[in-house]
Design a binder for this molecule. Structure first.
Ligand SMILES: *Cc1c(COP(=O)(O)O)cnc(C)c1O
Length: 387
């Protein structure tokens, strides 16, 4: 299919392969190198041994898990949803996004999102036969990035159907402020748009910032599909349990499509996610604290090397502007890194239309053990002299 051809290449696959070949430290792909809580592993093992999770789960997810998801939305955000009708369990946040797009947009509809964007957005929109409309982040004179709400507003046409939003934002590490959220919500309401809100990093925000779900804003619950990721929230990215929540009519549409994709998946892991979502507040604050320390460590290390590190408000990723060291092309820089220094990172270009935007920005994952981050920084010590 012609429109999917540009999506055949994956920088993540290339970088992971090169990382292995060159024995590099992979700060490219965002997966933690430490597993989540032991009790979740034990819950998954129990679900296998007891037989509870070994056959097809119900199409929209085990009822206990749908209830745990609804309870989680209420506990953290005071969002009230009916677990029987307003929740669907998916094969990771990825399938929740793909099935929401396939369910809600017609051929030729426009889906608007901020650029740079997680790479599955463009692929999912093209798969659905809709038109991707990327709105570049605002670049402040000091290089800092913010969602450009005015440009978002200007990008809306009569064909716009969906705003595909993501906060905390991958790859920029930006957490949208209450004011930015309200402005975006007002645009959605004024043009009667649906918001698909990718909140995969809902628990990963750092001091002075806080995640606000779109579904908590007035006028938004009835038009918002909220997407969550068990992999990201509990450090089991290989388990691929995600979910979408929202108003009954929209979730019914998503359920209708999703059942024809993977049908069901991850029985034992679904059961373990019930335990995960019920973990104490301490788990969530310690998880954040630990990642904040890793962020600070990598940020200090890269700054020391002469890179400009943008403020990282949430997610697994920090962004640097490599032009401070005289580098002009992130793609070239990231292809040079593993061979020369034994470290892998990802250029922002791969998250932009045609791979051309934000040419001097590079993304680094800090969800790695402190010793690994220290080794990466030490390997990069010749960076400023290299150029
Ligand atoms: C990782 C990620 C996802 C996908 O999550 P899975 O649960 O692994 O499918 C979705 N959105 C963003 C922004 C991500 O970084």
């Amino acid at each position: 299919m012609a429109r999917m051809r540009p999506h055949a290449f994956s920088i993540f696959a290339e970088m992971s392969k090169v990382s292995i070949q060159t024995q590099s430290i992979n700060l490219g792909q965002g997966f933690p190198d430490t597993d989540g809580p032991l009790e979740l592993k034990q819950a998954a093992i129990r679900a296998i041994e007891s037989g509870e999770g070994n056959q097809y789960p119900p199409p929209n997810g085990f009822p206990v898990l749908r209830k745990a998801i609804a309870d989680h939305q209420k506990r953290f955000y005071s969002i009230e949803i009916d677990p029987d009708t307003d929740v669907v369990v998916t094969t990771g946040a990825s399938e929740a996004l793909a099935s929401s797009l396939l369910a809600l947009v017609e051929h030729g509809d426009e889906v608007v999102f901020f650029d740079p964007a997680f790479d599955v957005y463009r692929a999912g929109i093209d798969l659905a036969g809709a038109t991707p409309v990327g709105v570049p982040f605002l670049v402040a004179p000091d290089g800092r990035l913010r969602p450009d709400v005015e440009r978002l507003s200007a990008a809306i046409t009569s064909r716009t159907r969906v705003l595909l939003m993501n906060t905390p934002h991958n790859p920029t590490g930006v957490v949208f402020t209450a004011e930015e959220m309200r402005d975006i919500a007002d645009i959605a309401i004024a043009h009667n748009l649906i918001v698909i809100s990718d909140e995969a990093y809902e628990h990963l925000w750092f001091p002075r910032h806080q995640h606000i779900p779109f579904a908590t804003l007035e006028g938004m619950p009835e038009r918002t599909i909220t997407v969550g990721s068990g992999g990201k929230s509990f450090s089991f990215t290989g388990w691929k349990v995600g979910w979408a929540t929202g108003p009954t009519n929209l979730i019914a549409a998503v359920r209708g499509v999703r059942q024809h994709l993977s049908y069901v998946s991850g029985g034992p892991f679904q059961i373990a996610m019930v335990t995960a979502l019920g973990l104490s507040d301490t788990y969530f604050t310690e998880f954040r604290d630990q990642l904040r320390r890793q962020r600070d460590q990598l940020s200090a290390g890269l700054t020391e090397l002469g890179l400009v590190v943008l403020p990282t408000e949430g997610t697994y990723f920090l962004s640097t502007d490599i032009s401070s060291l005289g580098y002009t092309d992130g793609m070239e820089f990231c292809r040079m890194l593993p061979q020369t220094f034994g470290v892998a990172a990802i250029p922002f270009q791969v998250f932009t239309e045609g791979g051309i935007g934000f040419k001097t920005y590079v993304r680094w994952a800090f969800c790695k053990q402190p010793a690994v981050l220290a080794e990466a920084v030490s390997r990069l010590s010749g960076l400023s002299r290299h150029h």
